[in-house]
Structures are given as structure tokens and as C-alpha cells.
Design a protein around this ligand. Structure first.
Ligand SMILES: [Zn+2]
Length: 193
């Protein structure tokens, strides 16, 4: 019984990690983050940030491609190896595929969408137009919203998801946090103003 449970858990954890590889590793390369201030500082809303949102969107959906790996190994393992291990691989990767696909019809939006990139583009456009909040508008994306660095106006009420920068909370804590949230913003209850 315990052996089966252990094998199932190993399969489940492996599938979970494999499907998060693109999101956890690819954007965190140092050369890829030089145009951004270090995490968790606010990020200036410019074309680099908008490009980054679109890249993070690709990595988020790449999980579906990476899910093929545990699904295949799970299939082989179910037939020829350890059935609990294969079932562990299958259930987690299958759940990921199902939940990501059904997110199209459910109300839960993925953390990175084209719409989000467009909302940021609009903020950027407005900040350089006559309708800007002030003469030297500088939209910065803080933890809970996009705010003008000059006058302090809130330009977009949208919490910041993980942007793929190396985490300031250290490799291990950052890794755990990202595994649990999938990059979704974490809103703290009592927030400093
Ligand atoms: Zn302003």
C-alpha cells in the first residue's frame, strides 16, 4: 500500500514539475532580464514589458506541449512498468491539460493574456498623449496596480503577475511560490501604502 502511494506521489510530482519547466526556467536567464529592474521592484510600462507579457503567455501555454512527456511516460508505465507511478503521471498532466483548456470557457483568466498586454499598451499610449495624468507621466507596474511614478495616480488597477525575473525571495522560496501560484499575482491582505 505505502509503496503504491509513494510511486503515485512520485509520478504526480514529476508530472507537475515537468509541465512547469518552460515557465520556471526559460524566462529567468540573466541576459533576458537585463532591461528590467530586479524583482520585486516596480517595472516601467514600456515595450519591453509588453513583449515580456506576450513571452510569458507562450511559456504558460507551452506547458501543454510539455505535458506530452508525462502523458507518454505514464502511458508506457501503466502498461509495462509501475501502474501507480504511471497513474500519478497521468492524473496530474491530464488535469493540467483539462484545466488549461477549460479556462477558455470558465471565468478564470490565465495570468498572461493578449488582453493584458493590450491594457498595458493603452496605459503606455495614454501616458504619452495629452490625456496623461501629468506632464511627466511615468507608469510603473507595482505589486497591486500600475501607478504613475511622478504624480502617484493609479493608471490601471491590475495586480502584477510573476514576470519571469529571478526572484528576490531566493531560489528555493521563489521556486516553491511559483509552483503553487503558476505566476498569478499574490495579493497580500495588509498592504503597505
Ligand atoms: Zn502622473
Amino acid at each position: 500500500m505505502w509503496v503504491e502511494f509513494f510511486e503515485f506521489s512520485t509520478g504526480a510530482i514529476m508530472a507537475y514539475l515537468i509541465t512547469r519547466i518552460p515557465f520556471l526556467t526559460f524566462p529567468r536567464v540573466k541576459s533576458w532580464n537585463e532591461q528590467f529592474p530586479p524583482h520585486p521592484e516596480p517595472v516601467y510600462v514600456d515595450e519591453h514589458l509588453i513583449q515580456r507579457i506576450l513571452h510569458m503567455r507562450i511559456f504558460y501555454w507551452l506547458a501543454l506541449v510539455f505535458a506530452i512527456i508525462p502523458l507518454t511516460f505514464g502511458w508506457v508505465s501503466l502498461g509495462h512498468g509501475s501502474a501507480p507511478f504511471g497513474f500519478g503521471l497521468w492524473s496530474v498532466s491530464g488535469w493540467l491539460v483539462l484545466s488549461r483548456i477549460t479556462s477558455f470557457i470558465s471565468s478564470e483568466e490565465p495570468p498572461f493574456t493578449k488582453q493584458l498586454a493590450m491594457r498595458l499598451q493603452r496605459v503606455k499610449n495614454v501616458s504619452t498623449s495629452e490625456k496623461a495624468c501629468c506632464a511627466f507621466a511615468q507608469p510603473m507596474w507595482e505589486v497591486t496596480s500600475v501607478r504613475c511614478n511622478t504624480c502617484g495616480d493609479i493608471l490601471l488597477k491590475e495586480p502584477r503577475p510573476d514576470l519571469g525575473r529571478p526572484r528576490s525571495d531566493g531560489w528555493i522560496m521563489g521556486f516553491v511560490r511559483l509552483l503553487l501560484t503558476d505566476g498569478r499575482p499574490i495579493i497580500m491582505i495588509d498592504e503597505e501604502e
